[in-house]
Each structure stands twice: as structure tokens, then as C-alpha cells.
Design a protein around this ligand. Structure first.
Ligand SMILES: [Zn+2]
Length: 86
């Protein structure tokens, strides 16, 4: 969803730029809105990636096999069966 908005923002900017070159006010406006939109969604997307990275790092890992344990109340590692709680 975010990527679609990002791509349409870039498309707006390009179309707007093309029109703006020909001297239309709408083109200049479209280019402004499009580039703002693209930057905004790129920023949101990078924030989301950061959040995902943070979430990934807070996952506990199995002491035996080192795999990330998915969220849930696991007493044993779902991958190798090693006990997780001492
Ligand atoms: Zn394991």
C-alpha cells in the first residue's frame, strides 16, 4: 500500500514536471505535490522498516539453535525443542 502511494507520488512528480516545463501552473503544482508525497511515503516506509528491525531484535532467540522464537508463550523452542525457560 505504501509502495503504491510512493510510486504514484513519483508519477505525479514526473507528470507535473513535464507539464511544468511547458509552463503550466498545474504542472508545477503536480510536481510539488508529487515529490512531497513521494518523500513523505518514503519516510513513512523507512520508519516502518526501522520499527520492523526493532521488533526483530526484541524477539528472544533460542539458546541452543539461535533461531528467533516467534511471539507466543513457548516453553520449548519450536525449531529444535530445547527448553527456553530455566
Ligand atoms: Zn532452538
Amino acid at each position: 500500500m505504501g509502495m503504491i502511494a510512493f510510486v504514484s507520488g513519483v508519477a505525479f512528480a514526473i507528470i507535473g514536471f513535464e507539464l511544468g516545463v511547458r509552463g503550466t501552473l498545474i504542472g508545477i503544482l503536480l510536481a510539488r505535490i508529487g515529490s512531497f508525497w513521494a518523500i513523505y511515503f518514503a519516510y513513512q516506509y523507512s520508519k516502518l522498516l526501522d520499527q520492523l528491525k526493532k521488533m526483530a531484535t526484541t524477539f528472544p532467540t533460542c539458546p541452543k539453535c539461535g533461531k528467533e522464537i516467534p511471539q507466543g508463550n513457548y516453553a520449548f523452542c519450536p525449531f529444535c525443542g530445547a527448553p527456553l525457560k530455566s
